[in-house]
Ligand binder design. Structure first.
Ligand code: EPU
Length: 430
């Protein structure tokens, strides 16, 4: 097993280039199975979730060719299978986008129930099921497999989502773009990756309007054809490096971002006392003095993203005063707080609210990531802390951050990936 070892307390200086958006890539890759042609997708982040998804497509019989590190060509012309039930599918959440994609292309689907990051709460798929049923599919879940059958037709309709779910919006959009007639999804998700998926599908011949607003209109087309597409930069990866500067100090030019997507994050960092300077597709973040307490509540886009909540909380551990962080999307996304307490943080969690009393310093400790963004929060805390932090369960972190060691090292951090066969350090410390 490997762990990250960080010798903290060094401010970050330099430039970091942001990779393509993971949550856009994991929607666009399964969408490529709907295309009766060849898709060339650029700016794909080579993180483990993406690698698994490409492997799933290979298993299904798609041609998958890496043209360079971040460009992939997917050829789904020979694809006949509408069944994805191997163990690989259970390894990541977004494999369930194959349900919408298969339904669109083949009018039937058999897909293993998703795995993915566990925040300690339920991750229901009722809105996906409701959407597919409204389109005319018969849905069933047996032995951990979702079965969808629309052999009698897939017909456009109006679907009102009870929650603005990213996953349900993606899945319904996929099926609807090859359904007959018009589908309207109301109260849909508006995240940047929803817009990116719609742009990808439109560039392959779909007819989708309104992505990025509460209402998406999809006129079904008879087929999608091949083409080129380049994925947007990752809003959350960019926010994570900015939060790292807020915690550890320094000044970093975060390159290849869409500043508009970053507004919800930069507004909070500015409120904390960081200097933010936007220039075209770059943002410079500087922390020279103390950072201050804030109140923040996570919400659907354009609110403050839940996927940045742990990273911001890690920085707030070092703010002057007491901050209040409220989680508005997931049931339980504060599991990392126990780990931060091991490093000297003062955090009290009550249900969906964390109260963080800022301390003058954090100290390195052996800690363990419990999910992707929890892991990112521990990296940030480790960079800012005095002494050595060892982070276990780094596979979670590698699901979503491309070249994190190289990128942080280039900013002056002392971080390494170290192999260990020994009993885990966290267990030894307990
Ligand atoms: N929900 C339902 N029913 C459903 C679906 C969702 O009640 O059928 C609820 C969930 O329980 C949750 C809320 O709706 O309370 C939002 O869930 P959503 O479906 O939007 O989340 P998701 O699609 O499973 C994506 C991202 C997550 C991110 C959330 C929220 C991907 C692959 N994952 O998950 O990203 O936290 O949207 O923005 O796009 C991450 O990148 O670390 C990550 C976990």
């Amino acid at each position: 097993m490997d762990k990250f070892v960080i010798h903290g307390g060094k401010p970050l200086f330099g430039e970091v280039t942001i990779s393509g958006a993971k949550n856009a890539a994991v929607a666009i890759i399964p969408a490529a199975v709907m295309v009766d042609g060849v898709c060339r997708i650029e700016n794909i982040p080579m993180v483990s979730d993406v690698v698994i998804q490409l492997e799933i497509l290979r298993e299904l019989g798609c041609g998958v060719r890496l043209l360079d590190k971040n460009t992939v060509e997917i050829d789904s012309r020979a694809l006949r299978a509408s069944s994805a039930v191997s163990d690989l599918n259970r390894k990541m959440r977004a494999s369930y986008y194959l349900i919408g994609a298969f339904l669109g292309r083949f009018r039937k689907a058999e897909v293993a129930m998703p795995g993915g990051c566990n925040f300690g709460g339920v991750r229901p798929i009722d809105q996906h099921m409701k959407g597919f049923e409204a389109l005319g599919a018969k849905m069933d879940i047996r032995n951990g497999i979702v079965y969808a059958d629309a052999s009698e037709g897939l017909h456009g309709t109006n679907i009102y989502l009870d929650v603005a779910s990213v996953g349900a919006t993606v899945n319904i959009m996929l099926a609807a773009c090859l359904a007959e007639g018009q589908t309207i999804i109301e109260n849909c998700a508006k995240e940047p990756h929803i817009v990116d998926l719609a742009n990808f599908l439109n560039s392959m011949g779909a007819d989708i309007m309104g992505a990025g607003t509460d209402v998406i209109k999809i006129r079904g087309v008879s087929e999608l054809v091949g083409g080129f597409y380049s994925i947007i930069p990752d809003q959350i990866e960019a926010g994570t490096y900015m939060a790292a500067v807020a915690a550890a100090g320094g000044s970093v030019l975060v390159k290849n971002v869409i500043p508009k997507h970053m507004d919800c994050i930069t507004a909070k960092l500015a409120e904390m006392g960081c200097e933010i300077c936007e220039e075209d597709d770059n943002i410079r973040v500087t922390r020279s003095g103390d950072i201050h307490k804030i109140q923040v509540k996570t919400m659907y886009y354009p609110g403050f993203p839940t996927d940045m909540q742990p990273q911001l909380a890690a920085a707030l551990c070092l703010a002057q005063g007491t901050s209040v962080v409220t989680e508005g999307v997931w049931e339980n996304r504060f599991r990392y707080s126990d780990e931060l307490r091991r490093m000297g943080a003062r955090i009290q969690v009550d249900g969906k609210v964390a109260v963080i009393e800022g301390v003058d310093k954090l100290t390195g400790a052996p800690v363990r990531a419990s999910d992707l963004r929890a892991g990112a929060a521990l990296v940030i805390a480790g960079l800012a802390a005095e002494g050595t932090t060892e982070i276990e369960e780094i596979a979670y972190i590698e699901r979503g951050y491309e070249d994190i060691i190289e990128k942080l090292t280039a900013l002056g951090a002392d971080i390494a990936r170290v192999h260990f066969d020994d009993a885990p350090a966290v267990a030894k410390a307990n």
